[in-house]
Design a protein around this ligand. Structure first.
Ligand code: FES
Length: 162
């Protein structure tokens, strides 16, 4: 069964069933669900007539498309030259250890997705870590731990409020 149900059909109805609408459909699915599931991809191909292999090569070409679900919080660590020289890789290693997930992956509880990026254009404040689009300058392992603690605590408070 398609986990995204009727909403996916609403997106399908926004565009004509032609191959040139492939990207529009993928963008809308991505923005509604945060990623493109195999079921959604199949539905887009059925709708547009684009072969599945072609649709996947388009989706993997554009970095903005995700093919797996994203965690509640996305942590990005810059590994561009300036950040790398100032310890970016150490931040990634420590995050992988603490979260029990490799860069590019999402924790089992779906709380965190860890990604690496190449230069965010903020080299003057390297090494840079970005949490849910908020930039954290001159990052250290200690500061990273504080931020992780804050995010985990925030989640616990939300659970407590339910
Ligand atoms: S190298 Fe990290 S912001 Fe430029």
């Amino acid at each position: 069964m398609n986990p995204v149900g009727t909403n996916l059909e609403e997106i399908m109805d926004r565009y004509p069933g032609e191959p040139e609408y492939l990207i529009f459909l993928l963008q809308d699915i991505q923005s509604s669900y945060g990623y493109i599931s195999p079921e959604s991809m199949q539905r887009v191909c059925d709708r547009t007539g684009v072969p599945l292999t072609r649709a996947y090569s388009v989706a993997t070409f554009y970095q903005s498309f995700r093919l797996d679900p994203k965690g509640e919080h996305e942590i990005k660590v810059c590994l561009g030259t300036a950040c790398h020289l100032k310890g970016g890789q150490r931040l990634v290693d420590e995050l992988e250890r603490r979260l029990h997930v490799e860069a590019g992956g999402t924790t089992e509880d779906m709380r965190f997705t860890l990604n690496t990026v190449n230069c965010l254009g903020a080299c003057a404040i390297s090494p840079v870590m970005v949490v849910d689009d908020e930039y954290h300058p001159s990052m250290s392992v200690k500061k990273m731990d504080r931020e992780l603690k804050r995010l985990r605590h925030e989640g616990e408070k939300e659970v407590g409020n339910v």
